[in-house]
Design a protein around this ligand. Structure first.
Ligand code: PLP
Length: 459
């Protein structure tokens, strides 16, 4: 190794190679993701209906299944310049440790204060809200990365921000709240008594730890009942996958420089935005019949939307105020076990990725959190970066695939998304280090109960 390496440890693009367009994967999908439905009428949501909740420009991006390339406004590119392009790293040290013939690459999105890829969409959504002349936006946050990313973006543009933070995260990660407050956001633990949705959930489940679905209901209610506010969401939606395509476009441009074509592309899947963004340009090639790749979505065994969920219309939120999305879902009433520390706890999945998975274009794997933290520990000790628990799901499967290469003696190029760093997840690392971390997998009974509450949507 060393200077004789044909491929450097880090492949950086130059600043002017930051993409000037987002790539809209839907343009190349033969079967488009199913439209969002109005829960009252079960008819597709119109732009006017969506416009009461979301910013106008984001509504048009949400509904646009046809425009392949969407220009990134200069103001957003200026912001991207502060922390992009992000590197593609060849994991030489991990390869050596595993003694594998596989070549492992990761696209690292943790080099910004929010510590994750979420900033890529946060700045875009805040920009369109500002452009529309709004006073502010509301959102939910689970672990806190999205809320942090959005607070950074709103501070930059001078927008007001109200964050509903899942109560258990609010209690376990007080540091996150302070970062958001430093950037000027106000943070409320959810469920709260500040909204009708929150009060209803508190009534039905006193002492609940909260869930993302519940925090979404509260944030939407605040936005739709306050003049000059709209709601923004950090994952799941088509527009978010669109903004995150910058991850895949940069990764592909970097690998193309060295004629590297990944055989396998792996990403963790919560709501699907980083995975959708990472695979977008590669999946486009596969859909157009130009190249073939294996794509693997990795999810927690405690919240297994792809591997054990139903492909059905469901609510995106517990309070059932949001539009219905057709997606792989565990049911909007499903709440993962409080033992589950590793993020990725949303009950549903991006409609784009759900359709692609349904059409057999990608694979999914569920992994248990203790094995995820084993992978995180090995990665931290070899590659130096303390990974986010979410990202470590992808690390787990990248290592598993590299070990398969070792067994078969076959070399493969593996690319995975390292979505962020784990400095705010130290209570989860503490559980792991103390040996108190347990795996909790929902029973079929748990799942049937949540499936039974899926909305009945006429076909
Ligand atoms: C939010 C988050 C995820 C999961 O969200 P997706 O929308 O599925 O990408 C993964 N990793 C990190 C670090 C996150 O903050």
């Amino acid at each position: 190794m060393s200077s004789a390496n044909p491929i450097p440890y880090k492949i950086f693009l130059s600043e002017n190679e930051i993409p000037s367009f987002w790539y809209n994967l839907r343009a190349d999908m033969p079967t488009k993701p199913a439209p969002l439905l109005n829960p009252a009428t079960c008819r597709p949501m119109t732009a006017a209906e969506l416009g009461r909740v979301f910013c106008d420009e984001l509504v048009s991006q949400e509904l646009d299944n046809d425009t392949r390339l969407i220009p990134i406004p200069d103001d957003i590119r200026d912001f991207y310049h502060m922390y992009r392009p992000s590197p593609v790293v060849r994991a030489y040290c991990l390869e050596k440790k595993l003694d594998t013939p596989a070549h492992i690459y990761y696209k690292f999105e943790g080099n910004n204060t929010s510590g994750s890829h979420k900033l890529n969409s946060a700045i875009a959504q805040a920009y369109y809200a500002k452009k529309q002349g709004l006073r502010g936006v509301t959102t939910e946050t689970g672990a806190g990365q999205w809320g942090t990313a959005l607070s950074m973006s709103c501070a930059y543009l001078g927008l007001d921000l109200h964050v509903y933070m899942v109560k258990i995260s609010y209690e376990q990660k007080p540091g996150r709240k302070e970062v958001m407050r430093t950037y000027g956001a106000s943070v409320t633990p959810s469920p709260s008594d500040t909204t009708a949705a929150g009060r209803a959930i508190l009534n039905a489940h006193p002492g609940t730890n909260g869930s993302l679905g519940c925090a979404i209901s509260e944030a939407v209610e605040y936005a739709t009942t306050h003049e000059g506010y709209r709601y923004v969401l950090g994952s799941v939606l088509n527009q978010v996958v669109l903004h995150q395509s910058i991850i895949g476009l940069e990764a592909k441009a970097a690998l193309d420089k060295y004629n590297v074509t990944p055989d396998i592309i792996i990403g963790c899947a919560g709501g699907g935005s980083n995975l959708g963004g990472l695979i977008a340009p590669f999946m486009g090639e596969k859909l157009r019949g130009e190249k073939d790749y294996r794509f693997i979505a990795v999810e927690p065994a405690s919240c297994p939307s792809f591997t054990r969920g139903r492909f059905a219309y469901d609510y995106c939120d517990t309070g059932e105020v949001c539009p219905l999305a057709k997606m792989y879902t565990l049911g909007s009433q499903f709440i993962p076990s409080p033992n589950h520390a590793g993020g990725l706890r949303f009950h549903g999945m991006s409609p784009i990725l759900s359709q692609l998975y349904h059409d057999g274009m990608m694979e999914a794997r569920a992994v248990e959190q203790t094995s995820v933290f084993e992978a995180a520990e090995l990665f931290a000790r070899t590659e130096g970066i303390l990974p986010a628990p979410e990202s470590s799901h992808a690390i787990r499967v990248a290592i598993d695939e590299a070990l398969k290469c070792k067994q078969s003696g076959q070399s493969k190029d593996i690319l995975f998304g390292l979505t962020g760093t784990g400095y705010f997840d130290l209570s989860a690392y503490k559980n792991y280090n103390d040996g108190t971390m347990v795996d909790s997998i929902p029973t079929d009974d748990d799942l049937s109960q949540a499936f039974a509450q899926l909305p009945k949507v006429p076909q």
